[in-house]
Write a protein that binds this ligand. Sequence first.
Ligand code: NAP
Length: 474
Amino acid sequence: MTNRSFPIGSRERPLQVAIVGSGPSGFYTADTLLKQKDLHLKVDMFERMAMPYGLVRYGVAPDHQKTKQVIRIYEATARDSRFRLFGNVRVGRDLQVKELQEHYDQIVYAVGCESDRRLDIPGEDLSGSHTATAFVAWYNGHPDHREGLFDLSARRVAVVGVGNVAMDVTRVLVQDPQALASTDIAEHALQALRKSAVEEVVVLGRRGPVQAKFTPKEIREIGDLPGVDLAVRTEDLELDPFSRSQVEKGGFARRNYEYLKEQVCQGARGRRRRVRLRFFTSPVAILGKQGRVGSVRMERNRLVWDEQGRSRCVGTGVFESIDVGLVFRSVGYRGIPIPGVPFDERKGLIPNAAGRVLRPPGQEAATSEYVVGWIKRGPSGLIGANRRDSAETVRGMMEDLQGRAARTLPEGNHEVPERLLMERGVRPIRFRDWRLIDEEERERGRSRGKVRDKITDPEEVAEVLKKRRCGEGA
Ligand code: NAP
């Protein structure tokens, strides 16, 4: 037994924190914790993927390399001697939540939202109807999606949803693949895009242009693409009084709306590829042709407003169909439950109050449990929003330490995760291992004129590590 009499967070009895997930919210939490004054602590981060950085590596579009530079901040955190990364470890399978509770004073779940919301319409699961998440993961070289087959032989494609993910998917589909060739796009995706027959992407927004979730920069990026027309219908820009008052308030809604109005004025310019934005339009069925997607049936909507000024769409009974060979559903993400952690099925989140996990009465955990990022607040907000969000959770963590007696941790506690993983035949990937993979990917990229060439096959990761460790004399 160790250090019974010392206060938690003292040099003699450091605070032990486990963070589950290595995306932006996990790293901002680690960074905020490590910067706490007069607090001695150790932070272990567990990541189910072999590689760290979650959505920055597997979600941010390859033509947004500047956004990915945020990794430098996370690298500085990972180099802190009080921090350890355990990649290739799935909590709930390789290590149980109960085991973390036994060996850590506080646990933070930073697992993001890895699944998708559904449309719940007929034909949603036809061949050729995909989630945007799968497509994004595929072009970003996610190991779980490298076998994903996207048949890009159709000339027209529908994207459902008008958020920034829909914009990413649309941009990747219509831009000249040569513009992506020097990025870190997965090689299999680049090859498929080079052969793509897609000429037109129809983007479906169920509400109006003022309610669109894309940000002005993202819609402009599409309008600025060489060889691509961005088209909006005049009737879709007619506003009801509530939408007009939203535009008058300014902000993103106004900037988006003004920009779309400019596009209408410019008209179609006969370019090789087109993006057609359709607002007030909901897909009601995806119809098959020879066993795969052939068309989308859609209904025109109108907006109704409640007393709080919130809008929702209501079908008008006016239907139409368009022929499409592929559908990408980009209607938001949702979380996946972790065995042993409460989960709100309706919201797809871990229930919490300002980051403190809420367990049902009688199920209180011995260890304090917290959440950060999308699994805490829902799948919205840009990467930077996770810094504020993590700060709130860490404030709660620090408050909860006040006056808390340090429980005795088992002997050799610090070595326990590695020992348990070894016993279970799991080989964790530590930060120094990731650096070797990182070097290899950059070197491979240089020889192909790319920022990096991602390794997507887990077996290849193991081979590269073996080779590079030998090279280091390890
Ligand atoms: P999002 O911004 O919430 O957009 C989801 C879209 O799906 C909305 O247009 C929504 O319409 C629509 N939708 C939801 N249910 C629908 C249904 N049943 N039928 C038709 N449409 C439906 O989510 P996201 O695009 O997945 O993005 C997630 C977060 O990541 C956002 O904060 C986004 O800004 C961020 N992100 C940023 C970037 C970037 O900065 N470049 C890139 C990617 C993602 P309603 O509004 O009517 O619900």
